[in-house]
Design a protein around this ligand. Structure first.
Ligand code: SAM
Length: 480
């Protein structure tokens, strides 16, 4: 078959093998069962032998199907996408439609009871892939690097807004599958290079570096798709420390990471320390923390090792190893570095457990700008600046019924990171009046008069109270 990827893509689209097509066909019950690794309901709703059901069984569920005459089986076998035996066609890869409208090729999904994973297993696109894609800035970029491209999924998100994309991976099988993913998604011109960390791009600079790295922290690097073989969380640390050397001025690096919580050490100091000295502004967000047992179980399950004869031994080993390092938990989150060119870079490290507006990439540049501005504006500059309440900030007042004044005032963002913070009456009054028309100082003077406070004293105190509210995006500095 000439130009197999293009013709296969056409066939997949015609058949309705798309994200929506698969979702509609499976329905909620079968899809939810699949998330519990139960395939029976999905097999039941795809048993009619129609083209869409057949493709879902073949490439989504990994079940052999009888060779249909409308599928170019021979060409697909030559292309390494299926194998054929006794008239039955089996998937040689996992081929999944992706939310960008493209397709992702990886190794077949492992399910409980499957044979052990090969060390160079290429993992498919999943929750973490989507998580990073949602985090990455939507700003158009010139040169982009996807480090640890795996099945190539990040490139599907980046292709439309980058002039040039370089994708690297230490695993040559991953690069082969990534190329297939891009071809099936109609993406051309991506440069795929093999090598570890930044080795394949030595001496080059990028406007954007993204990475969903092999962040899993385990006693030994058994699987390339998730473990680097570096000690503990050393791979993510080195990635962060090295990244600035590969950023163009104004460039950004965004990655997912895991980090250790060690007894007697604040995790903020640990991860903050990775960014200190990079010369970049930074934003670290912890989205989740697991205890050592939950963590080991999660990743043993991920490799379908639960229930195998080695399960207990591997689990025990993992916990022993954590114990020797005094690990109390493992954090998961996002790291963003921005080469702002400032001689006084700022790093914000925080925990965000709440649901946030997606995609974060739609406003991540604003988040970084706010953190930088709040840190670098002098008190005098701040008092002369025009502040505007951010869009979607609501005020909540609570107190005893009938009381004249509330005992608690909270400003709550209904958009973006959806933060909430308790404020005093001055900040609340400011939130009510500042719309970017007047500089801060006269507004504060007016509030002082209304609330019976000393204006000079308030002008001295206000910058310290307002700085965190600017850093957290409750107020923007508005240019008149
Ligand atoms: C979690 S997968 C990410 C795949 C894909 N980018 C995604 O977002 O789903 C991590 C990838 O990093 C690659 N990798 C492992 N060790 C590496 C290293 N030392 N340098 C570069 N890539 C590495 C693995 O082969 C794997 O493809």
């Amino acid at each position: 078959m000439r130009d197999l990827p293009a013709r296969l893509r056409e066939l997949l689209l015609e058949t309705g093998y798309t994200v929506d097509g698969v979702r509609d066909r499976l329905g909620t019950v079968a899809a939810t069962a699949l998330s519990r690794e139960e395939t029976t309901p999905a097999l039941r709703v795809t048993r009619d032998g129609d083209p869409l059901g057949t493709l879902i069984r073949l490439w989504w569920l990994g079940t052999p199907v009888e060779a249909p005459e409308w599928l170019p089986v021979e060409a697909l076998a030559e292309g390494g996408l299926v194998t054929v035996q006794d008239g039955l066609v089996s998937a040689a890869v996992h081929l999944q439609p992706w939310e960008t409208g493209g397709y992702v090729v990886s190794d077949r999904k492992v399910r409980p009871g499957d044979p052990a994973l090969r060390e160079d297993h290429v993992v498919g696109a999943g929750g973490a892939s989507a998580n990073l894609a949602q985090l990455v800035s939507r700003r158009p970029a010139g040169r982009v690097l996807d480090l640890g491209t795996g099945c190539g999924v990040q490139v599907l998100h980046l292709a439309g807004r980058a002039e040039e994309v370089v994708a690297t991976d230490v695993n040559p099988r991953a690069l082969r599958m990534a190329r297939l993913s891009w071809a099936l998604s109609g993406i051309e011109g991506v440069e795929a290079r093999q090598g570890s960390l930044f080795e394949p791009v030595e001496g080059e600079r990028f406007d954007l570096v993204v990475s969903n790295p092999p962040f899993v922290i385990s006693p030994r690097g058994r699987f390339t798709y998730r473990e680097s073989g570096f000690e503990a969380d050393g791979f993510c640390r080195d990635l962060v420390r090295l990244a600035p050397r590969f950023l163009s001025p104004g460039g950004t690096c965004q990655l997912l990471a895991n980090w250790l919580h060690v007894d007697g050490e604040d995790w903020r100091d640990r991860v903050g320390g990775w960014l200190a000295g990079t010369g970049c502004d930074g934003w670290v967000v912890q989205r989740d923390v697991q205890d050592p047992a939950e963590y080991a179980e999660l990743w043993l399950r991920d490799a379908a090792e639960q229930g195998t004869p080695r399960y207990r031994e591997l689990y025990d080993d993992w916990l022993d190893w954590f114990e020797t390092m005094k690990v109390t938990g493992i954090g998961f989150g996002w790291i963003t570095l921005h080469d702002s060119g400032s001689l006084d870079p700022v790093v914000r490290v925080e925990e965000l457990g709440q649901r946030v507006e997606l995609p974060v990439g739609g406003y991540v540049d604003e988040v970084l700008a706010s953190v930088g501005l709040a840190h670098r504006l002098t008190d005098e500059e701040l008092l002369g600046a025009r502040l505007a309440l951010a869009e979607g900030v609501a005020e909540e007042r609570t107190g005893p019924p009938g009381a004249e004044d509330p005992s608690r005032i909270v400003l709550r963002q209904t958009r973006g990171l959806r933060r909430a913070t308790q404020v005093g009456t001055v900040e609340a009054a400011l939130a009510g009046v500042c719309d970017g028309d007047y500089p801060l100082a006269p507004l504060l003077a007016a509030i002082a008069e209304l609330t019976g406070q000393d204006a000079d004293d308030l002008l001295v105190r206000a910058p310290e109270a307002l700085r965190p509210l600017i850093a957290e995006g409750f107020f923007h500095i508005s240019t008149p």
